[in-house]
Design a protein around this ligand. Structure first.
Ligand code: KG4
Ligand code: ZN
Length: 335
């Protein structure tokens, strides 16, 4: 099956063609980072307008880069939630119209399923069951993937998502948007043990708001005392605390199941310390470990195309033309 996957849930306009879910024939990502940078974060209305400008050419390029004609496609998959409503609507409307025009099925894809599916693309040998840590800007979940499209949530955040904590810590350090990658670059020059930030323990659940507040308070206190803020040390100590908690809970969860494999997914999965720390912890305990390359961890169309393939296999009738964007779509209803 040749599937065009369309993604527009946040600040990336993306489209990709895959064959049978796992073979990527094209992968086009138009990032809006330069546009949102000056505002210090994603401005939803600007994101929607930018998606409108880009979506058709991104979809056309994905088809031509794949070396196929639009008639060769077997289906069109699109993210319909969770995400920013206006941003999602652009992708949903474009994919819906295109699927109708080429008389092919439309497949509704959950963005979080897409992040998990990025692992199938990166590792052809990977099959469920496995435990996956999904850490992105809006979500932090530990998921037991029982089968393609069958999920049990083992742990979730009680407040901020991991990526949100990275973004907010980066902001107080004056690093701007997007915070995660900038903070992790600064952290390379710092001492991860310089400041003992909290590592709250809620079993398998996460809580990042206390860590975020601790960073903000530490920086403000030093500023008020007229001390120079050791920014690299703050960044490194924050990153170490966040990664320690993500790894600790994921290992705890995996050990409670029968699975032999641990995967990592979502934008925060491009963090080098998280990748290496979870790999080391997993392999030490005898688990196989998989993580997609960073370009497949942040939002892209290939992961949506791949998740669309498995969604369609489970429900081979496609979505109806009244498909809508669902900003708060739950991540883990089985499909
Ligand atoms: O999955 P994603 O691209 O979009 C969402 O679905 O939210 O994730 C974006 C998040 C942002 O919070 C960003 O700061 C974070 O992933 N991120 C990182 C890194 N690269 C992206 N966080 C830590 N270290 C990184 N290298
Ligand atoms: Zn995402």
């Amino acid at each position: 099956m040749l599937i065009l996957g369309v993604e527009s849930s946040c600040d990336e306009t993306a489209a990709s063609v895959t064959r049978d879910g796992r073979e990527v024939l094209s992968d086009i990502v138009h990032s809006q980072i330069p546009i949102h940078e000056r505002y210090g974060g994603v401005v939803p209305e600007i994101a929607s307008r930018c998606h409108v400008e880009q979506i058709v050419s991104v979809m056309e390029r994905a088809i031509s880069d794949a070396g196929i004609k639009k008639e060769d496609l077997d289906a069109v998959a699109v993210t319909h939630g969770p995400g920013l409503v206006g941003a999602l609507l652009v992708g949903v409307s474009a994919a819906k119209a295109f699927a109708y025009a080429i008389e092919k099925p439309l497949i509704a894809v959950n963005h979080i399923h897409g992040h998990i599916a990025a692992n199938y693309i990166a590792a052809p040998e990977l099959t469920p069951p496995f435990v996956c840590l999904v850490a992105s800007g809006g979500h932090s979940h530990i998921v037991l993937v029982k089968d393609y499209g069958q999920f049990d949530v083992l742990g979730a955040t009680r407040d901020d998502a991991a990526g949100e904590a990275f973004d907010k810590a980066a902001r107080v350090l004056g690093l701007g948007y997007p915070g995660g990658p900038k903070l992790s670059r600064l952290a390379e020059e710092g001492n991860p043990h310089a400041i003992a930030f909290p590592r709250p323990d809620f079993g398998l659940d996460f809580s990042f708001s206390g860590l975020k507040t601790a960073v903000i308070n530490a920086v403000h206190k030093m500023e008020q005392n007229g001390e120079a803020v050791p920014r690299a040390d703050v960044a490194a100590s924050f990153q170490q605390a966040a990664v320690d908690v993500l790894v600790r809970n994921t290992m705890r969860a995996a050990k409670q199941t029968d699975v032999k494999t641990i995967c990592l997914a979502g934008g925060v999965a491009s963090n080098a310390l998280l990748r290496s720390s979870l790999k080391e912890a997993a392999e030490k305990e005898g688990f196989s470990f998989f993580v997609p390359p960073p370009t497949l961890c942040t939002d892209n169309g290939a992961m949506i195309s791949c998740a669309g393939y498995y969604t369609y296999k489970n429900k081979p009738f496609g979505a109806t033309p009244d498909l809508n964007a669902i900003p708060s779509l739950s991540g883990f209803d089985s499909i």
